[in-house]
Design a binder for this molecule. Structure first.
Ligand code: ADP
Ligand code: MG
Length: 862
């Protein structure tokens, strides 16, 4: 969890620094600020499931940052301001944990700490916005404001022992460097040692320039021949920097294409790598198609002898050297030296934190050894071992924490046992027009086992669109009814509630079981009738929207609540629904597939069941990808489908808030053009975000009832809306959507027995777009797509090989380390099973608290 707040703090710091520098789109020396932000936002969007308005705002901002380079400084300022304002709501997995747990877990202290941090920075930021004199200073050192990101911690003096001593105790770290380190949140020796390298450079094995090969990761060493840094006259918003070196065997150029840099920055670059200087260049050689030769694209570049040190400095040359995330005024070599000294001096104080049994069973190296090797490995293999050990630990503490909390909750939460006798469920299974898929059966069995036990259920059912969650929901509700209780299903919109109700009535009527429906828009009489029937217990099953949780709704005996599309509801709404019975069980469902690693990380204290099989006979949606030129063929396909009585969706992406009106106008325009010029013979409807919700529902209903042939939509069409007659979807500007989002959208078609189609239209055809679109074309499996999405959007240049970037972790990589996560989860669960209160492992318990208390307080017990 630590990593999350660190990562948010880093994001925040980056935003503030960028503002302070007058929006150069630079991060550190060479990386693009906007790339970093986009990446962080992508990660946040992938891992966060806060309320929909925050999500929507996040994607708007992401769109903005994707175009950051093309924006004017005031526009950039607005974007940054917007994101800073959102920071307090982005407390990450915590927010998610809070949402998915039965009781509110969001630690208010934590949220307010984050919020006050933002407030603290706000005035500072406002000051920075006043125009500066033209001569841009290199962000003047803050007078006596040491820790930007870490201000709250820095305020409290560090007076610990051993590893908890102030970092100034490390020989060679003076007060000034101490202050600089504090900017990175490094206050103690422990913090310093925990500041892992973002990558390593292997200077042991140098390659001759002559022997360079495309795609190989190597290091070359040479003399600077030429250095350039300029903005192309035609593209003033861009800057190009390059360094050409030679080593006697040949020469090679390193290049950076960057956002706008000011003249001062360009000069700085040239000064850093003077002609004649010795440099190490490390990266992957690429082929330059225009010049027909190899070059390095944004390699790691290091000037030897920088800072007046000897070239032969053994910490910097001839071995595998660490590269650290830095900050203003902190130099790599100084930090390397400090780190080395710290490990030398304090290494013996580093203690094993994991149970010895876990260390040996999981074949991990010791903690002390691992920390030494993560910084200064002797071989790359040793680095891997260190990495494995430390990543394991990150997973282990998280999983143990979640499991521990869950165990404590179980002890304090009452629950009813609902053993199934099969009386009603079997009857339903007999009358259904289909048999359950294996996956549905398995998931229902899992739910049934939870219900039968006296412990509170804490289960999330994940199933791709169309996997058949509704019938599993009904079966579960019937188990409650078999036990003499009522069951309720809550859906996020009226359309969805109506849809569920219709299905339920269809299935329940033959069994003679009544089912009530509660909607906000209902007339008083209808509503009162239902309310009476619910209060008296006459209707054992109730479907509804938020209307279910209004005060006037009283159940006779509520035993189970199923929440569909759980992330669409707030913690409070769900908690209220629970209060409608004495201790009703809660089952949540979602159609948003997330990779197992993310699921375990975000819902580690939930049981997750996956319906990973579609009902038989479904034809996979045929997906194709065209660029703008191919749009004609898309219209032809739409026309063909319409001509045989089917319906179509045409989707436009969401555009930023500031342009929303324009966007609506554009979509309205598009809809009109489509109606008048492209499809005059068909009925075209329009759905966009500016419409009132009853207007939206009316349009959706018209489409459902086939009063419209084509639905043009600007916003995401409701998840779960089932119009089986819609057989084709065209998605415009598909490159703007995340893969998972595209998949969700695409799921609106392919719901009937006939072949359905999805056409992705992109305006760009970059390599990244191509790769992403090909994933969509290649598979219909939401989980595969989610995993690809995670991989493709994963770590980028800025984070380098320190990968992950995933908020939670410093080293662990959720896209790669699945097996390690499973091992850590297993080990932590086993430990807790054998020692539920950790009474026999006091040092493990202490370490667990140390990990969580400061950031999360969620253990808050004992
Ligand atoms: P989702 O998981 O997206 O909510 P639904 O529950 O709406 O999916 O199911 C999609 C469609 O598949 C519905 O029309 C449903 O009746 C049907 N269905 C569900 N289970 C099966 C099955 N085992 N065999 C055939 N059809 C099924
Ligand atoms: Mg559904």
């Amino acid at each position: 969890m630590e990593g999350m707040s660190t990562s948010l703090a880093k994001l925040q710091q980056a935003l503030t620094v960028e503002a302070r520098r007058n929006y150069p789109n630079l991060q550190g020396q060479t990386a693009r600020f906007a790339d970093f932000v986009c990446e962080q936002l992508a990660i946040l969007r992938l891992t966060l499931m806060p309320n929909p308005s925050i999500r929507a705002r996040l994607s708007q901002l992401a769109d903005g940052f994707a175009r950051y380079e093309a924006l004017t400084p005031p526009e950039r300022a607005t974007l940054i301001d917007g994101l800073l304002g959102l920071m307090p709501y982005l407390s990450g997995p915590r927010a998610e944990v809070a949402l998915s747990a039965p009781t509110g877990m969001l630690n208010p202290a934590d949220a307010s700490r984050l919020a006050s941090r933002v407030r603290e920075q706000a005035p500072e930021y406002a000051r920075q916005q006043t125009p500066r004199p033209a001569a841009v200073q290199p962000a003047a050192p803050q007078p006596q404001a040491p820790a930007k990101g870490a201000a709250p911690r820095a305020a409290k003096p560090v007076a610990g022992e051993g590893l908890d001593q102030a970092v100034q105790w490390v020989k060679g770290v003076g007060p000034r460097m101490g202050e600089t380190l504090a900017k990175l949140g490094i206050l103690t020796v422990r913090d310093l040692i925990g500041h892992y390298p973002r990558t390593h450079l292997d200077y042991q094995s140098r390659t001759k320039i002559r022997d360079l090969k495309v795609g190989e990761k190597v290091t070359v060493w040479g003399t600077v021949r030429k250095v350039e840094a300029f903005s192309p006259p035609r593209k003033p918003n861009m800057s190009i920097m390059s360094v050409t070196i030679t080593d006697g065997s040949g020469s090679v150029t390193a290049r950076w294409f960057m956002g706008k840099a000011n003249r001062f920055q360009l000069e700085q670059f040239k000064k850093r790598f003077p002609v004649g200087g010795q440099v190490l260049m490390s990266g992957e050689a690429r082929h330059d198609e225009y010049q027909g030769r190899l070059f390095f694209d944004r390699p790691e570049l290091e000037l030897l002898g920088e800072g007046g040190e000897e070239d032969s400095d053994s910490l910097n040359v001839g071995r595998i050297v660490p590269v650290y995330p830095l900050t203003e005024g902190l130099h790599l070599k100084g930090l390397r030296k400090a780190m080395h000294t710290a490990l030398d001096t304090f290494g013996p104080l580093i203690k094993e934190t994991l149970p010895q049994e876990v260390v040996s069973r999981c074949e991990l190296i010791g903690r002390r050894e691992a920390l030494a090797a993560i910084h200064f490995p002797k071989t790359m293999a040793e680095k891997e071992l260190a990495h494995r050990r430390l990543a394991f630990e990150e997973f282990f503490w998280l999983q143990l924490g979640l499991a521990f909390r869950r165990a404590q909750l179980r002890k304090t939460t009452e629950a009813i046992a609902l053993p199934a006798n099969g009386e009603l469920t079997n009857k339903l299974l007999e009358t259904l027009p289909f048999t359950l898929t294996g996956a549905q059966q398995r998931v229902f069995d899992e739910v049934r086992a939870d219900l039968a036990s006296a412990e509170p259920m804490n289960r999330l059912v994940q199933g791709d669109v169309g996997s058949g969650k509704t019938v599993v929901a009904l079966l579960s509700l019937l188990v409650a009814v078999e036990n003499g209780y009522q069951g309720a299903l809550m859906a996020p919109t009226e359309i969805l509630a109506e849809q569920h109700h219709k299905k339920f009535v269809e299935w329940l009527t033959p069994m003679g079981i009544p089912c009530a429906l509660l909607l906000g828009k209902q007339g008083k009489r209808e509503r009162n009738q239902y309310l009476k029937a619910i209060a008296s217990g006459y209707t054992p099953i109730v479907v509804g929207t938020h209307a279910l949780i209004q005060e006037s709704v009283e159940f006779q005996n509520l035993g189970l609540v199923v929440i569909d599309e759980q992330h669409r509801f707030g913690v409070k709404q769900r908690a209220t629904l629970r209060t409608k019975g004495r201790h009703p069980e809660v089952l949540t469902m979602t159609a948003t597939p997330i990779p197992r690693t993310l699921a375990l990380t975000m819902h580690g204290d939930l049981d997750v069941s996956v319906i990973d099989e579609l009902p038989p006979g479904r034809k996979p949606i045929q997906t194709s990808w065209v660029t703008g030129k191919g749009r004609k063929s898309a219209w032809e396909l739409v026309r063909k489908e319409l001509s045989i009585g089917r319906q179509a969706y045409i989707v436009f992406p969401l555009i930023e808030q500031s342009e929303e009106m324009e966007n609506v106008r554009a979509a309205t325009e598009e809809a009109r053009t489509l109606q008048n010029e492209v499809f005059p013979e068909y009925r075209v409807g329009l759905l966009h975000g500016q419409m009132a919700s009853d207007e939206k529902e009316a349009v959706m209903r018209a489409f459902r009832d086939h009063e419209l042939d084509i639905l043009v939509a600007t916003t995401v069409i409701e998840v779960g809306v089932d119009v089986p007659n819609a057989s084709v979807m065209v998605i415009e500007n598909a490159e703007r959507f995340g893969l998972s989002q595209l998949h969700q959208l695409r799921g609106r078609v392919g719901r009937g027995a006939d072949q359905s189609y999805c056409i992705l239209v992109t305006s760009a055809s970059s390599e990244a777009t191509k790769q992403r679109m090909q994933v969509m074309v290649a598979t219909n499996d939401g989980f595969v797509i989610a995993e690809q999405d995670l991989k493709l959007r994963g770590p980028g240049e800025f984070l380098g090989t320190r990968q992950s970037g995933l908020p939670d972790f410093m080293l662990a990589d959720l896209a790669q380390d699945t097996a390690l996560l499973e091992a850590a989860r297993k080990a932590s669960f086993e430990l807790l099973a054998s020692d539920p209160d950790l009474a026999r492992n006091p040092h493990v318990k202490a370490e667990l608290y140390r990990h969580f208390r400061s950031n999360l307080g969620f253990l808050g017990i004992g």
